[in-house]
Design a protein around this ligand. Structure first.
Ligand code: C5P
Length: 236
């Protein structure tokens, strides 16, 4: 059965590389609690990650999608786990990470969270208050550091110097691929289209500006090609 999900036909090589492969995708923002009614978050809509999950599923992969709070329907055939905070996303990824073939970190995970969330609503009494923040765990780097690491793909959303920062992340997080995009007022976050530069140790490929559905499909084709190349190297 050819599953298409409205993402168009999938070429035979991509399908051959991904059929039956276990793929985990993170998507959307996270919410970090300040008190019971307030939180820190970001502008991620989850559209890119959901489109990637749909495209990988259409190519025959067994896809799990760990989603932060978003307003999107689950792509048909995809197993979805909803989470709220970075800590919950980490726990969901950890519990699904054994035996994975591919991990794609498309979520905009909070880098910092309030150190001590207040158990009650913070009152408007003081003229100034300060919010102490602590670093969250880097989920992507942790997956890439596993002994049984899957083929690991990250994203780098930057407002400037996109490729330089992305290459740095490719190296420090020990990724196989990084998809870099420029973000700004009407770019990438919370819109329906995107453009990517995909970097690996070997080089650089571009995915020109298109709908996130098309960009996701092209990214999945690239991941499949890299995956079959590394499988061939493994055999040699
Ligand atoms: O370092 P930076 O946050 O820019 O890296 C972005 C990439 O790292 C994305 O792929 C994102 O999903 C992932 N990430 C993560 N856990 C974090 C922060 C980022 O998985 N705590």
């Amino acid at each position: 059965v050819v599953r298409e999900h409205g993402v168009g036909p999938v070429d035979a090589a991509t399908r051959a590389a991904l059929t039956g492969k276990r793929v985990l995708v993170t998507a959307g923002p996270t919410r970090e609690r300040i008190d019971p009614v307030r939180y820190l978050t970001n502008r991620s809509s989850g559209k890119m990650g959901f489109a990637i999950a749909a495209a990988a599923c259409a190519a025959g992969a067994e896809v799990t999608l760990v989603a932060g709070p978003v307003n999107l329907p689950t792509p048909t055939g995809v197993r979805r786990i909803d989470v709220e905070s970075a800590a919950e996303m980490l726990a969901a990824v950890d519990s699904a990470a054994t035996g994975l073939d591919v991990f794609i970190g498309a979520a905009a995970v909070a880098d910092y969270r309030p150190t001590t969330p207040s158990p009650h609503k913070i009152k408007k009494t003081a003229e100034r208050i300060e919010l102490a923040l602590e670093r969250t765990t880097d989920i992507l780097a942790r997956v890439a550091a596993r002994a049984d690491r899957p083929f690991t793909v990250g994203f780098a959303a930057e407002t400037e110097d996109v490729e330089r920062y992305a290459r740095g992340k490719l190296e420090t997080k020990r990724l196989d691929l990084i998809a870099a995009n420029e973000v700004g007022d009407s770019k990438a976050f919370d819109v329906d289209d995107n453009a990517l530069v995909v970097l690996s140790a070997e080089g650089r490929e571009e995915i020109p500006h298109a709908s996130k559905i098309d960009v996701a499909r092209r990214l999945v084709v690239m991941i499949a090609a890299h995956l079959s190349k590394s499988a061939r190297k493994g055999i040699a």
